[in-house]
Design a protein around this ligand. Structure first.
Ligand code: HSE
Length: 419
């Protein structure tokens, strides 16, 4: 089989070179020889560590009848969408690692692909075969929840902030220098990269056709040293968590920093690594751990899809369902989410303030679980408290009421707790 690679950056180069270097084992496993014959790049003058032919003529590759599989590694959304559509229209199988493309266009692409293989294992958690696990291995199960650490940049930053006390700006700079962050690091620290991955898993697990703007997405930008102290004091880790959870016939999809008890396996996923915990109603909890990024790890997932296509011809149903189950499961509105909350309030240290805060929380049915007060200076203190399970909109309204009542000297901060 012949493969054309559109986008020969770190991952594209790894795909070409692994197909060359591991040709014998890949041929033995696929049952036929798979060759990367050409790569498409924007700038032919840039030196690349590959031995395949390069071109800047994308149409030539898309219209080449001898090419069976297009590997799309361009990045972006609308341009790759056009390229992938054209490849499918020309009858070529497609493999992509492009999570943003899938976050917006996966259902349209599924319709367009029909029986033509369209695969995307590398789009979620890089080298971890989580798509395969959910779509094939766990197919007998109702998925009760998926909790993932699927952005290595944020996990690296939060691990360093907690373990070494390094501040946010310093560690973001370091993550950029190490090449972990996306070209625009807002995608990482703002939670969007993780959200794109979550939306893909939400489709496979539940058939939910949501877009990023439909779900709760919060980044790690506001995590402060006080929050980290609270986490340490109560034996929590802070992780950027992607959560998909079935509550009755509603599905919560959310991405946000979360406090997780250190005793949980997912809390032990540190540094740039990714981890995903899936609970199925029959299998119980299964856990997946591995590299979420990097040329060879991501290429490993791309090539797994290529081999699968070579073996089977027709792909699996792209998003895991023969027909959508949208009639049964719907997305939980953002403000109806239920979880526990950690709240940080900067207050004037004077009579009646704590009573005012407790009254406002009580009025919204929010029950306090734990609380500590940390003096900041002679007149001000931080109230750090956690709640029992509460409803998101009640917490948001209570925090607004606390602010409007003049009970705090700066905007309240809240982090959700997952235990
Ligand atoms: N920037 C991403 C991360 C790369 O940090 O995990 C893989 O999507």
């Amino acid at each position: 089989m012949k493969v054309g690679i559109i986008g020969v950056g770190t991952v594209g180069a790894s795909v070409a070179n692994i197909l060359r270097d591991n040709r014998d084992i890949i041929t033995a496993r696929a049952g036929c020889e798979i060759t990367a014959v050409i790569g498409v790049v924007n700038d032919l003058s840039k030196k690349r560590d590959v031995t395949i032919e390069l071109t800047d003529d994308i149409e030539k590759v898309l219209n080449d009848d001898s090419i069976d599989i297009i590997v799309e590694l361009m990045g972006g959304i609308e341009k790759p969408y056009e390229v992938v559509k054209k490849a499918l229209e020309n009858g070529k199988a497609v493999v992509t690692a492009n999570k943003a493309l899938l976050a917006y266009h996966r259902y349209a692409l599924q319709d367009l692909a029909g029986d033509t293989p369209f695969e995307y294992e590398a789009a979620v958690a890089g080298g971890i075969p989580i798509i395969n696990a959910l779509r094939e291995g766990l197919t007998a199960n109702n998925i009760e929840s998926i909790r993932g650490i699927m952005n290595g940049t944020c996990n690296y930053m939060l691990t360093k902030m907690i373990k070494e006390g390094i501040d946010y700006d310093t560690i973001l700079k370091e993550a950029k220098e190490l090449g972990y962050a996306e070209a625009d690091p807002t995608f990482d620290v703002g939670g969007f990269d993780a959200a794109h991955k979550l939306l893909i898993l939400g489709s496979i697990a539940y058939g939910i056709d949501a877009k990023p703007e439909d779900i709760l997405i919060e980044g790690i930008q506001n995590i402060s040293p006080e929050d980290i102290d609270f986490a340490k004091e109560f034996d929590y880790s802070i992780k950027l968590l992607t959560i998909a959870k079935k509550i009755g016939n509603k599905i919560e999809l959310r991405v946000h920093p979360a406090l997780i008890p250190n005793s949980e396996m997912i809390a032990k996923v540190e540094g740039v690594m990714n981890g995903v915990s899936v609970i199925g109603d029959k299998v119980g909890e299964t856990m997946y751990y591995g590299p979420g990024a990097g040329g060879d790890a991501t290429a490993s997932a791309v090539i797994a899809n290529i081999v699968d296509i070579a073996r089977r011809g027709k792909g699996s149903p792209m998003l895991g369902f023969e027909s959508s189950n949208k009639e049964f499961l719907t997305l939980m509105p953002k403000d109806e989410i239920q979880t526990k909350y950690y709240i940080r309030l900067r207050v004037e240290d004077k009579i009646g303030v704590l009573a005012k805060v407790a009254t406002i929380l009580g009025e919204k049915n929010i029950s306090i679980e734990k609380m500590i007060q940390k003096p900041l200076n002679k007149t001000c203190a931080h109230l750090l408290l956690s709640t029992h399970t509460s409803i998101e909109k009640d917490v948001i309204e209570a925090l607004e009421n606390i602010e409007n009542a003049g009970a705090v000297t700066e905007k309240p901060v809240m982090i959700r707790i997952e235990d």
